[in-house]
Write a protein that binds this ligand. Structure first.
Ligand SMILES: [Zn+2]
Length: 324
C-alpha cells in the first residue's frame, strides 16, 4: 500500500491532501494554509513543505509510505524538469520546485499548472471521464484551462498551450496584461463581471442586486446577481444573458479549433448556469461551424477539488508507468 501526497500551491492558499492508491483522499482531510506569497522564495517553499508534513502527521502516514508527490503550481513552469520559470508573487525565478520537493520527501514529484490538471481530472474521473478529447475551462477570478487530446494533456511546442482566457474575442477591445486586446477573460471572468456591475452601479442603474448590498461598491459579487435573477430582476437577467453570449463566443471558438468530444466548464461561474446556459448554447449554435450537441457541454462536479484530483492522476500515472 502506498500513498500520494498532493499539494495545490495557489496565489493565496496552499491545499494539501493524502490520496490512497485507489484515488481517495485519506480521512477526507484537506489542509488549507495561506501561501505566504510576497514573503520570498524560501518562505513560500518552506510553507509548502510544512503543509505536506502536516498532512502526513494528521493522517498518521510516514514519508516512507509515500509513492510520490503530485503538485499544482503557478506557471510558467517546465513540466519536464519541475522548474518554475518565473512567478514574481512567490519570488520563484528558475526555481527547481520539483527537485527540491523530491529531495525533501525522498520520492518522485510531478508538477503542472492548475489548468492542465483540471483538464486531466475531468477526463480521467470527472464529467468527461473517458472522452477522447476534452477542453476544460474554469471561470473564476480569471479564465484558466487545459486541453486533453487522445487522452493526453496537450502542452504545445513550448509548454504554454491551454491559455483559453487569452483568446481574443475583440482586437479593438479592452487591453489585457498579456499585451493583447479583448481577451475572453476580460469579459467572461468573475473579475470582469464585477467590473461591469460596478460601472453600471456608478451609472445609476437600479437593480435588486445592488439594493441587496445597499449600493456599496465594496460588496459587489456574482452572488448578488444570482439572488436578483432568482427574484426576476431584469437587470440581473439581462446581465447573465450577456455573460452567456461571451462564454458562448469563447466556447464556439474552442469547438471550431479542437472539436472536443466534451467541453467542461468549471469555477465559480457554474453557480449561475441556470441563467446564462440558454444564451451560451444559442451562441455556440450560431457561431460554431459544426453542430454541437448539448451533451458535449458539461459542468464540472469536482469543482474546487478538481486540481487536487488532477495532481493525483498525474503522479499516480507517472509512478505506475515508471514502475518504481
Ligand atoms: Zn490576455
Amino acid at each position: 500500500m502506498g500513498y500520494y501526497l498532493i499539494l495545490d500551491i495557489g496565489g493565496t492558499k496552499t491545499t494539501g491532501a493524502l490520496f490512497s492508491e485507489e484515488g481517495r483522499p485519506v480521512k477526507d482531510l484537506f489542509i488549507v494554509a495561506p501561501s505566504k506569497t510576497y514573503e520570498g522564495c524560501d518562505a513560500v517553499f518552506d510553507n509548502t513543505v510544512s503543509v505536506g508534513r502536516e498532512v502526513l502527521e494528521k493522517t498518521g502516514v510516514e514519508a516512507a509510505g509515500l509513492k510520490g508527490i503530485g503538485a499544482a503550481a503557478p506557471g510558467p513552469l517546465d513540466y519536464n524538469t519541475g522548474v518554475i520559470i518565473n512567478v514574481p508573487l512567490m519570488g520563484w525565478k528558475d526555481f527547481p520546485l520539483g527537485p527540491k520537493l523530491e529531495k525533501e520527501f525522498g520520492v518522485p514529484v510531478r508538477l503542472d499548472n492548475d489548468g492542465n490538471l483540471g483538464a486531466l481530472a475531468e477526463q480521467r474521473l470527472g464529467v468527461a471521464e473517458g472522452a477522447s478529447s476534452v477542453v476544460y475551462m474554469t471561470v473564476s477570478t480569471g479564465c484558466g484551462g487545459g486541453i486533453v487530446i487522445n487522452g493526453e494533456v496537450y502542452r504545445g511546442f513550448t509548454g504554454s498551450a491551454g491559455e483559453l482566457g487569452h483568446m481574443s474575442i475583440d482586437i479593438n477591445g479592452i487591453p489585457c496584461n498579456c499585451g493583447a486586446n479583448g481577451c475572453l477573460e476580460l469579459y467572461a471572468s468573475g473579475t470582469a463581471m464585477n467590473r461591469r456591475m460596478l460601472r453600471d452601479m456608478k451609472n445609476g442603474v437600479k437593480s435588486l442586486a445592488f439594493e441587496e448590498i445597499a449600493y456599496d461598491p465594496e460588496r459587489i459579487s456574482g452572488k448578488i446577481l444570482g439572488n436578483a435573477a432568482e427574484a426576476g430582476d431584469e437587470y440581473a437577467l439581462a446581465f447573465l444573458q450577456e455573460e452567456g453570449r461571451y462564454l458562448g463566443a469563447g466556447l464556439a471558438n474552442y469547438f471550431n479549433l479542437f472539436d472536443p468530444e466534451v467541453f467542461v466548464l468549471g469555477g465559480g461561474i457554474t453557480h449561475l448556469k441556470k441563467w446564462f446556459y440558454g444564451e451560451m448554447m444559442r451562441t455556440i449554435e450560431r457561431c460554431a461551424v459544426s453542430a454541437v450537441s448539448p451533451d458535449r457541454v458539461r459542468f464540472s462536479e469536482l469543482n474546487d477539488k478538481v486540481v487536487v484530483y488532477g495532481a493525483y492522476c498525474l503522479i499516480s500515472e507517472y509512478t505506475d508507468t515508471v514502475r518504481l
